[in-house]
Design a protein around this ligand. Structure first.
Ligand code: NAD
Length: 256
């Protein structure tokens, strides 16, 4: 299989997009290290059904020391991290003047700084083997804004900048660094935003459709499986010269 013998570390992979990507990479033969909060045993069992090795480390990626411990674990138990998927992320919605400072700090720490820390810790072993794939799960919000999402939009714009720099610094090696930029994907992160619309008085049956209609021309959600398949393509030889890309997968959001 395509990824036999490779180890993939997918941050924030106990639910949503991260779990979907981990599942596709495991199906392609990779050993996988999962990370995140919540029901990690269910996530491990789900991914392990493909037959490869699956590990888990519950590092809180807003804490730099815990990120170091996550990489120590991955190197000790899996020998290397060949594929790094920087996926963990959170959202908080409020106007700038009301944005709680601690929420700003948390979103920047997880959605931007953890991408830097995981990348700097993954690169030395990738460089030693002259092979690696770094896939950053950014967002359409890496290229455009939405009112109320100051920290998230700032962090995702930062991720696209960091992706370009890492791609340039590794350009003459077997390591590539790219970003995927999803539009709406129906995960717990987005369900919270649908629930907020319902709490604000929108009829439940309309809230989901209205969220899509505002931004996503296809009016269909992107799926974690589709993101996993795109990540798998970026791991392959055909994508060897895809470097520093911000790959939109957004039902046409950014075509408008
Ligand atoms: P999700 O809430 O389903 O999953 C987030 C994951 O991150 C979970 O596994 C959670 O446990 C983990 N996590 C949260 N805080 C953490 C922390 N401090 N340390 C370690 N792990 C932590 O969200 P999702 O929708 O799957 O989002 C995944 C990524 O995709 C995020 O970076 C998000 O910005 C991005 N994204 C999502 C959408 C969407 O529509 N859902 C669109 C564009 C981009």
């Amino acid at each position: 299989m395509a990824l036999t013998g490779k180890t993939a570390l997918v941050t924030g992979s106990t639910s949503g997009i991260g779990l979907g990507i981990a599942d596709v990479l495991a199906h392609a033969g990779a050993n996988v290290v999962l990370n995140g909060f919540g029901d990690n045993q269910a996530a491990v069992n789900h991914v392990a059904r493909h037959g490869g090795r699956v590990g888990f480390h519950g590092a809180d990626l807003t804490d730099t020391q815990q990120i170091v411990e996550l990489f120590d674990y991955a190197r000790r138990d899996f020998y290397s991290v060949d594929i790094l998927v920087n996926n963990a992320g959170i959202q908080y919605v409020a106007p700038v003047e009301q944005f709680p400072v601690e929420r700003w700090d948390a979103v920047i720490a997880l959605n931007l700084s953890s991408v830097f820390h995981c990348t700097r810790l993954a690169l030395p072993t990738m460089q030693a083997r002259d092979w690696g794939r770094i896939i950053n799960i950014a967002s359409v919000h890496g290229s455009v804004g939405s009112a109320g999402k100051a920290a998230y939009v700032a962090a995702k714009h930062g991720v696209l900048g960091l992706t370009k720099v890492v791609a340039l610094e590794t350009a003459r090696t077997g390591i590539t660094c790219n970003a995927l930029c999803p539009g709406w994907v129906l995960t717990p992160l987005v369900q919270q935003q649908i629930d907020a619309r319902i709490a604000a008085g929108e009829p439940a049956e309309q809230a989901r459709a209205a969220l899509l209609a505002e931004k996503q021309p296809s009016q269909a959600f992107v799926t974690p499986q589709q993101l996993g398949e795109l990540a798998l393509f970026l791991c392959g030889a055909a994508a060897e010269q895809v470097r520093g890309a911000a790959w939109n997968i957004d039902g046409g959001w950014l075509a408008q």
